[in-house]
Design a protein around this ligand. Structure first.
Ligand code: HEC
Ligand code: HEC
Ligand code: HEC
Ligand code: HEC
Ligand code: HEC
Length: 236
């Protein structure tokens, strides 16, 4: 390499370096800087807008809310009854589950209005006196094709209600029932979090959630060869 070539190479390198280092000359504004500010700002605004849309507005639109026909206070009633949860939610002789209580289970105490509460008055006047069952909305209701058995879980599996239902049983009021407008499922099944993130075992109760627990507890779901048998554990 000749001295001249060497000199050229060095000056080329120096030039390259100069073009990489941003100019600090206050007289010579960086041509990018004028546009950079607004672009970053637009990007941030756009990001914020889409986060608000995705995390706040979309879930609002995705779920329709219905209030329960009357408010029911679990905490209050648990103190008043003799047998705890089983006073209202019990197993019948044949092992089937009574589920949501019928009017007959309330009438002993609510034949007539006992207190000052507006909700109680509404309950007695609209339902007890008219002998109409309360059309409770069931948060955990699965589609008709699913077979679920409380005896298997509560008696054989010794599982707590809270594992699948959360703290409804200790609550003072009933939250609104939320139905997914696309799938029709209750939000208690479809998942509290729209991204599918689960913090508690009761946040979601889709097929995967049943399966996840069954697999970790070695519940017979059938092997690959008997996949049909496996499906029919939970499907009718
Ligand atoms: C005096 C009767 C009574 C007692 C006692 C009672 N419940 Fe309830 N429970 C109800 C009524 C009425 C509903 C219907 C409201 C509804 O559909 O959520 C209900 C609903 C529920 C549900 C919601 C089911 C669903 O998916 O909608 C759960 C879970 C539940 N009760 C758990 C409990 C637990 C746990 C206890 C005991 C700590 C308990 N309950 C005690 C009357 C009672
Ligand atoms: C062991 C007796 C008993 C049973 C069984 C019972 N209740 Fe009550 N309930 C009460 C008492 C006592 C109150 C409080 C009344 C007051 O002072 O306001 C009450 C209050 C209520 C209220 C008003 C609560 C509020 O937060 O304002 C509603 C609604 C109600 N009961 C519905 C029901 C329904 C539905 C059932 C059947 C699933 C039922 N109760 C079963 C004793 C009972
Ligand atoms: C392994 C999970 C699991 C456990 C544990 C569990 N449940 Fe449920 N529960 C469900 C599912 C799933 C449904 C919906 C069943 C359906 O739609 O066929 C349900 C439905 C209900 C309903 C509404 C039933 C109806 O048909 O109206 C009530 C009330 C209820 N459960 C109360 C309880 C109580 C009280 C306990 C504790 C003693 C309990 N559950 C334990 C999963 C569970
Ligand atoms: C947190 C754990 C858990 C969850 C969630 C769960 N299960 Fe289970 N399930 C069990 C266990 C454990 C058993 C076995 C109980 C026993 O026999 O000792 C069982 C048994 C069953 C059985 C009886 C199986 C047989 O061979 O007799 C059915 C049906 C069933 N589960 C359906 C469901 C459905 C449907 C769901 C979801 C909606 C569900 N389970 C959610 C743990 C769970
Ligand atoms: C541990 C219980 C369990 C087992 C085992 C199971 N499923 Fe499911 N499946 C459910 C539950 C609960 C739902 C409803 C919630 C959902 O859609 O995730 C469901 C929903 C479905 C649906 C959607 C139905 C609808 O109405 O949209 C299909 C299809 C289905 N299951 C097929 C299968 C097949 C095929 C198998 C066997 C490889 C199988 N399932 C095994 C619990 C189970």
């Amino acid at each position: 390499m000749s001295t001249e070539d060497k000199a050229n190479e060095i000056s080329a390198q120096a030039q390259e370096q100069a073009s990489l280092t941003p100019s600090t000359d206050p007289e010579q504004p960086d041509p990018d800087q004028g546009a950079g500010g607004p672009i970053t700002l637009f990007f941030i605004l756009g990001l914020v807008a889409s986060l608000v849309l995705g995390w706040v507005i979309f879930p609002q639109l995705l779920y329709s809310r219905k209030q329960q026909p009357i408010q029911f206070n679990h905490a209050l009633h648990n103190e008043l009854v003799d047998e705890g949860c089983e006073s209202c939610h019990f197993f019948r002789e044949d092992g089937t589950y009574s589920g949501v209580p019928k009017l007959a289970q309330c009438i002993d105490c609510h034949e007539e209005v006992q207190g000052e509460s507006e909700e109680e008055a509404k309950f007695v006047n609209e339902y007890v006196l008219k002998e109409r069952e309360v059309p409770w909305l069931v948060y955990s209701r699965q589609p008709d094709c699913v077979f679920f058995s409380h005896v298997a879980h509560v008696k054989l599996g010794q599982m707590e209600c809270v594992t699948c239902h959360g703290h409804i049983g200790e609550s003072e009021s009933l939250k609104p029932y939320e139905a997914n407008r696309i799938s029709g499922y209750s939000r208690d099944i479809w998942g509290k979090n729209i991204a599918g993130i689960k913090f508690n075992s009761w946040d979601r109760m889709k097929m995967d959630d049943c399966s996840e627990c069954h697999v970790s507890n070695n519940v017979n779901q059938g092997s690959v060869q008997t996949l049909r048998g496996g499906c029919f554990v939970c499907h009718k």
